[in-house]
Design a protein around this ligand. Sequence first.
Ligand code: BEZ
Ligand code: FE
Length: 290
Amino acid sequence: MRNVTKDNISDVFMGYMGPDVNPRLREVMQSLITHLHGFAKEVNLTHEEWQTGIAFMERAGEISDAERHEFVLLSDVLGLSSLVDMINTRSEGTSSSVLGPFHISGAPPLAIGGDMKGGFGGDVLVAEGIVRDTKGAPIEGATVDIWQTAPNGLYSSQDPDQDTYSFHGLQTTGADGRYAFTTVKPVEYTVPTDGPVGDILNATGRHPWRPSHLHFIVKADGFRSLVTEVFPDDDPYLDQDTVFGVRDDLVMSYRNMPAGSFPDGFALSGMVNEPYLRVDFDLVLVPSEV
Ligand code: BEZ
Ligand code: FE
């Protein structure tokens, strides 16, 4: 096409694609290009604004490395990560929620009733529940990969003072489907703001806070893997999570448990004499064929 115009450029783009292009790629590109061109036309994008966008991408690339994923963070604060989660969640099971950039693979095994708190201070939290299917049956042999920040609000990969796997653990359920561990009550924290995504939050008058949460990745043969997180109902940022991760069914309540009631069967049994917190939260997996 020689006479490319504002009105036909999206069609011209599609016409340039070869005849054997993968149909899904064609569908995605058609929509992406139509919306991208439509966006530029709708806001009358200036050269200066376009250059600002390109410079942003360059800075995001420069600051990213094996442990820092600025484009994932961008997707998170734009709500795209959560939107993809919601598009792909099955309503019969526990909702999925953002993975975030701080999961590390290879977490050490954590026995049922094991402790992630170690020597850290903070309110003791007993967390347990059943990994079950949508009919309520417990799932044996499910792996539950758990991670959270230390009480200082930093994940181990952000904090040189923590061991690599501090506040990370991998449990495997028995025939009763139960996971159970002790930890410290998670705290709210900010997403990284020292890069270009922080500049966007700042420029748009947004705060960088996430409500406190525990992360889980749950996997079991024959079921869709679940990446999710759970949030306490009293967190001040519950209704303003900067990465849009909160869903109704992921909100839980802590129960205040009295001194002297700490349960048996935990690594800390017999060692916690003060009041502590408890949360019971089942994780529901959907069969892989659904
Ligand atoms: C997190 O929960 O670890 C997280 C999610 C999105 C962006 C930053 C952190
Ligand atoms: Fe997190």
